[in-house]
Design a protein around this ligand. Structure first.
Ligand SMILES: NC(=O)c1ccc[n+]([C@@H]2O[C@H](COP(=O)([O-])OP(=O)(O)OC[C@H]3O[C@@H](n4cnc5c(N)ncnc54)[C@H](O)[C@@H]3O)[C@@H](O)[C@H]2O)c1
Length: 248
C-alpha cells in the first residue's frame, strides 16, 4: 500500500536517494530542504502527481509545522518521516566558537526534534506512523573526526541523535509511532565531496566492503525502517557502514 512520507534533506545525497526510491515504489512525498530539490533524476509525472516541495530551515519550528500542515493538506496524512537534513562541520576544537557550536546543534539536533515533533502531532491524529533519523557511523565506532571528516561540533550533534531517537522512541510508542535511526558510514554525497583522496581511501579501508557507501545503500535501509517490515524495530540505531563498525 502506498504511503505519504516527509523526507528532509531531500535536495541532496541520502535524502534525495530516499525521494527517488519512494517515488519509484509509488509513495507520495513531501520533500523538505533549504535548497531546491533537483528533479532531473526523478520521474516527471511522479513529481507532478505525488510530490510537493517545501523550502524551509528545519531549525525553525514554525516552518517545520507549516511543512507538515502542507503535506496533510495535500495528501490527507503523514505516514512516515525520514529526516536527513543536517550540516557538516570540520572545524577543529581550536577553531570552534560557541556561536558555531550552537548553530550546528540547532540545525542537526533541534532540527531533528522540530521535524519529529511536528510530524508526530500529525501522526497522532491518524493512528501512528514511523520516523527515521540519521546518526553517524563514525560516532558509533569511535567518536573520531579528522582526516577531513567531522569535527567536534558535528560529532556532538550526531551523538545527540542517539538520545533524540531513543527518547522519542519511548515517548511516542504509546501513540503507535516507531522511531529509529540509520547510522551511515562514510557515504559519497555532497557532505563528503571535499574529502581528500587519502581520506576517501582511509574511509574505505576501514570497512569490510573496502569502499565508501553510496547514498542509495543508506536510503534503502531508511525505507526499510519506516516500512511495516520493521514493525518490531524500535529505538534502534542501525549501522549501514559496510562493516565499518567492526573497527578494522
Ligand atoms: N555522507 C556521509 O558520509 C554521512 C555519514 C554519516 C551520517 N550522515 C548523515 O546522513 C544525513 C544525510 O547526509 P548526506 O550525506 O546526504 O548530506 P548532504 O549534504 O548531501 O545533504 C544534506 C541536505 O540537508 C540540507 N540541509 C542542511 N541544513 C538544512 C536546514 N537547516 N534546513 C533544511 N535542510 C537543510 C542540505 O541543503 C542538503 O540538501 C545527515 O544527517 C548526515 O549527518 C552522512
Amino acid at each position: 500500500m502506498s504511503r505519504t512520507v516527509i523526507v528532509t534533506g531531500a535536495a541532496s545525497g541520502i535524502g534525495l536517494a530516499c525521494v527517488e526510491l519512494l517515488l519509484a515504489q509509488g509513495d507520495r512525498v513531501c520533500a523538505v530542504d533549504l535548497n531546491p530539490v533537483p528533479t532531473a533524476t526523478l520521474d516527471a509525472s511522479a513529481c507532478t502527481e505525488r510530490m510537493i516541495v517545501r523550502a524551509i530551515d528545519v531549525s525553525d519550528p514554525e516552518a517545520c509545522a507549516a511543512a507538515v500542515a502542507a503535506c496533510v493538506e495535500k495528501f490527507g496524512k503523514v505516514d512516515a518521516l525520514i529526516h536527513m537534513a543536517a550540516v557538516h562541520s570540520t572545524h577543529t576544537w581550536r577553531e570552534i566558537d560557541a556561536a558555531h557550536m550552537n548553530q550546528v546543534l540547532q540545525i542537526n539536533v533541534t532540527g531533528a526534534f522540530n521535524m519529529s515533533q511536528a510530524t508526530a502531532l500529525a501522526m497522532e491524529k491518524t493512528g501512528g506512523g514511523a520516523i527515521c533519523l540519521a546518526m553517524s557511523g563514525s560516532i558509533a565506532v569511535s567518536g573520531l573526526g579528522g582526516e577531513g571528516r567531522g569535527g567536534i561540533a558535528y560529532i556532538s550533534s550526531k551523538a545527540a541523535i542517539i538520545g533524540v531517537t531513543r527518547g522519542l522512541a519511548r515517548s511516542l510508542a504509546p501513540l503507535n509511532i516507531r522511531v529509529n535511526a540509520v547510522s551511515p558510514g562514510s557515504t559519497r554525497t555532497a557532505m563528503t565531496a571535499d574529502y581528500s583522496e587519502a581520506a576517501v581511501r582511509h574511509a574505505g579501508a576501514k570497512t569490510l566492503a573496502g569502499r565508501m557507501g553510496e547514498a542509495s545503500e543508506i536510503a534503502s535501509v531508511a525505507l526499510f525502517l519506516i516500512s511495516d517490515g520493521a514493525a518490531y524495530v524500535q529505538g534502534e540505531i542501525v549501522n549501514v557502514n559496510g562493516g565499518g563498525h567492526l573497527g578494522l
